[in-house]
Design a binder for this molecule. Structure first.
Ligand SMILES: C[S@@+](CC[C@H](N)C(=O)[O-])C[C@H]1O[C@@H](n2cnc3c(N)ncnc32)[C@H](O)[C@@H]1O
Length: 319
């Protein structure tokens, strides 16, 4: 086991009261164990495929499988043929909150979309009539388009805008907005990756401020009774529970939605319905998620002129 930096025990002490929980958390980041690969089926599963899967969890979407054994699904020809998208089970955890939404979704906007995992989950699970996938970093748009195209989401609208621009041009137009926010990325440690500075307070504060900015713009996009899903792949409460607390105070027309199916994952760091997957669960590298619903507000149709001018066509010349 590598020597944990001083910051990790400090974070563990902040997150957990029990020494056993702290030790398990630290162990999962300093001696990461392999995680079962999971896949989202984006085309019907071939009936003769005999890949062994792990038993489904009660909240696991039916379109997701966790593979047993040492599968490398990303290297199988079915992957290239667009049958599935490979994703960390933590991403599945975050989008599983969407199962609390009973209403059909006409317009869904994924504000932080590349490389496209949660956009594809939304496409498969919620089947929105219109799916807008936005990625602000231009060079990441290419991988987003490639994944949407490979998996057959040809009707998705791909945008490359700052969230503030979308808030200005598409106000109150979506029943569902996803903010899978850029974050300090602490959970990458549980995948054996190095993330320099991820515990530093400057990194955490910078990310928290950016998350608040993105959420403030996201709020403008959500129409009355619509939903906002906020998620990160980091552990710092400043980027998670505290951002949600800030949001609820700043936007009192939104309420946090309790998700019964995820009750076992209620964050012990807040009484609000916020959900955490911890890396020591062995299911995934870790995630935070919260679902919010707007109680009041207006409804506006999509600004088709803006979309026509700004969207990338999912055409080979863009790849
Ligand atoms: C956690 S990743 C999203 C992963 C993606 N949702 C998925 O499931 O495949 C966060 C994304 O936010 C983008 N991003 C960075 N700064 C941003 C900003 N200021 N506003 C919106 N998105 C931003 C990053 O480029 C990155 O693609």
């Amino acid at each position: 086991m590598s020597e944990p930096s001083k910051s990790l025990p400090k974070l563990a002490a902040r997150l957990f009261a029990e020494t056993g929980d702290r030790a398990a958390f630290i162990q999962s980041l300093t001696a990461p164990q392999p995680l079962a690969p999971s896949i989202l089926w984006t085309r019907p599963k071939p009936p003769d495929l005999d890949w062994p899967t792990l038993p489904s969890l009660s909240w696991q979407p039916s379109q997701v499988d966790r593979l047993a054994g040492d599968h490398r699904p990303g290297q199988h020809p079915l992957h290239e043929q667009g049958y599935y998208y490979c994703l960390d089970f933590s991403s599945v955890f975050a989008v599983s909150l969407l199962q609390a939404i009973a209403e059909p979704i006409e317009v869904a906007i994924d504000l932080c979309a590349a490389p496209g995992g949660k956009s594809l989950c939304t496409w498969v699970m919620q089947t929105p009539q219109r799916l807008l996938c936005n990625e602000v970093i231009r060079k990441r748009v290419k991988i987003l388009i490639a994944n949407l195209k490979r998996c057959g989401a040809m009707e998705a609208i791909v945008l490359n805008q700052d969230p503030a621009v979308l808030a200005e041009h598409l106000p109150y137009s979506a029943q569902l907005v996803l903010v899978d926010a850029p974050c300090s990325g602490q959970s990458l440690l549980a995948k054996g990756q190095e993330v320099p500075g991820c515990f530093h307070k400057v990194t955490i504060n910078r990310n928290a401020n950016r998350q608040k900015r993105i959420l403030a713009n996201a709020a403008q996009l959500v129409q009355a009774n619509g939903y906002l899903l906020y998620s990160t792949c980091t552990y710092a409460p400043q980027e998670n529970e505290q951002v949600c607390q800030w949001f609820l105070k700043r936007f009192p027309d939104f309420q946090a939605v309790p998700v019964k199916a995820m009750a076992a994952f209620q964050s012990h760091l807040t009484p609000s319905p916020c959900y955490r997957l911890w890396p020591q669960s062995g299911l995934g590298a870790g995630a935070f998620a919260m679902l919010l619903q707007r109680q009041q507000g207006s409804r506006q149709p999509l600004n088709e002129d803006f979309l026509a001018q700004s969207q990338f066509k999912l055409h080979p010349k863009n790849l």
